[in-house]
Design a protein around this ligand. Structure first.
Ligand code: TGC
Ligand code: FAD
Length: 390
């Protein structure tokens, strides 16, 4: 395949600031030069390309919206979204690594941590010296985290945490886990648990067909003792973890469209170059319809992202607006990937093209950070005033 030629049917480029374009171009180059040549092999092997962490750190991709004194770059929310878009153009697993680090680990430390916690963890996470993970989901508790079973009980001037988290991105390679647990009053609290503490195990989940170039794990907490200084002091209740999810979901809205853009571009190039029945397959109306459906849905999703970004920048974005875009853009990206795979014919099921890898990855992305159904019901409640969960 030739160079990536991103679809921009409605000239969204014209809406981007200099800063956003500059950041986007930098990540695009990193992905083209350092991710694309290696990613298929890593995904085939089921291995996370760990050497890229220092590259991500050098290019300021970890926690980039935070202020520089804590290792961030002070980037705008649109620039941040474009970082996620370009990373996921490479692979959803690499975007996951960066969004978990920024939105699910650095954000709660920044927002709810003590000064000591911020100083200890944020610069180290931003420069890739420390790796973090986020433990909310459990083996029996996914869509409804209010039912979490993980417990934190007071023990002298510290806490003892018992529980089992599952599906924790990065956990096997993490130095610190943001663990959400209920205290003796059933109040949800967040803890920064170093993974080398006695009683912590982080075995990988290594039988997945999806996100094969990422690390996903269990976190088993067996009588883990932590000091009270490990507790995030500025938050209690479910809004702690749920507010982090809003940050991560925002990045996913952008990221998924990066994967969709890669799939569309691959399919378009193939349709222009592959010849059957005496000419390029792109001349067939049925192939053109696929490509037009793809570019139409990508364009709508790009517009959603841009508007969501401007709302976030203005400080008026509501979680329900993120849910609508997460729901739409994950489904759009999956539909585009599946249709692009058809355009590629037989070779489309191999790693000669990135499309089937994206398609398999997106099966996780449509599920994590709230499933399609969960986001349907969040928006459903917003438009009807009626709660379907309870
Ligand atoms: P509910 O009563 O609605 O809310 C409890 C409190 O939280 C507040 N809140 C939010 N705040 C910020 N952002 C949001 N998205 C929020 N949603 C709710 C809410 O205002 C309330 O605050 P307060 O002050 O009144 O106490 O809670 P509920 O138990 O009824 O929740 C309903 C539901 C189903 C929407 C929620 O549980 C949910 O979103 N479930 C989905 C679970 C989920 O998405 N898990 C993701 C785990 S992490 C992950 O997947 C990482 S993947 C890797 C990657 O990101 O790359
Ligand atoms: P369930 O909640 O059991 O849902 C199963 C099905 O039931 C789904 O189709 C769901 O939509 C449907 N359903 C549930 N409730 C309703 C309802 N009220 N109405 C209609 N349908 C409903 N979690 C973390 O905490 N940290 C991480 O870093 C993390 N990383 C992940 C990485 C990967 C690769 C994956 C796959 C998951 C990750 N997760 C993580 C977990 C993820 O957030 C959960 O898988 C997700 O929230 C769904 O929970 P569940 O898998 O238990 O499914």
């Amino acid at each position: 395949p030739t160079a990536f030629d991103p679809p921009d049917f409605y000239d969204l480029e014209a809406l981007l600031s200099e800063e956003a374009r500059h950041v986007r171009d930098d990540v695009r180059t990193v992905v083209t030069e350092e991710v694309m040549p290696i990613i298929e092999k890593y995904a085939q092997r089921g291995e996370f390309p760990r050497h890229l962490i220092s590259t991500f750190a050098e290019h300021g991709l970890l926690g980039s919206t935070l202020p520089p004194e804590y290792g961030g770059e002070g980037h705008s929310n649109i620039a941040y979204g474009l970082i996620m878009q370009e990373l996921e153009r490479g692979d959803s697993g690499l975007r996951s690594f960066c969004s978990v680090t920024g939105a699910l680990v650095m954000y709660p430390i920044w927002q709810y941590g003590s000064d000591a916690q911020r100083e200890r963890w944020l610069p180290a996470l931003a420069n890739g010296e420390a790796i973090g993970c986020f433990g909310l989901t459990e083996p029996d508790v996914g869509s409804n985290p209010a039912e979490m079973k993980t417990r934190a009980r007071r023990d002298g001037d510290g806490w003892v945490i018992d529980g089992h988290k599952r599906w924790s991105t990065n956990a096997t390679i993490a130095d610190v886990a943001v663990i959400w647990a209920k205290d003796e009053d059933d109040t949800v609290r967040g803890f920064l648990v170093e993974t080398d503490r006695d009683g912590v195990e982080t075995p990988p989940i290594d039988d997945s067909w999806s996100l094969r170039a990422a690390v996903t794990s269990e976190v088993v907490l067996d009588d883990v003792r932590v000091p009270d200084a490990a507790r995030l002091p500025e938050v209690s209740g479910l809004k702690g973890p749920l507010s982090c999810l809003t940050q991560a979901r925002y990045g996913i809205c952008w990221g998924t469209i990066g994967a969709a853009m890669a799939c569309f571009d691959t399919a378009r190039q193939h349709a222009q170059n592959r010849e059957q029945f005496g000419g390029p397959i792109g001349r067939f109306q049925l192939m053109q319809e696929r490509l037009v459906d793809m570019v139409q849905e990508i364009t709508k999703a790009q517009l959603l992202n841009w508007r969501l970004g401007t709302l976030k920048e203005a400080g008026t974005m509501r979680p329900q607006q993120v849910s609508l875009a997460k729901r739409n853009n994950c489904q759009t990206a999956l539909d585009v990937a599946r249709s692009a795979r058809q355009v590629l014919g037989g070779n489309g099921v191999t790693s000669m093209y990135p499309v089937m890898r994206h398609m398999n990855n997106l099966e996780s992305v449509v599920t994590y950070e709230g499933t399609h159904e969960v986001h349907t019901l969040i928006v459903g409640e917003d438009v009807t005033g009626l709660n379907a969960f309870t």
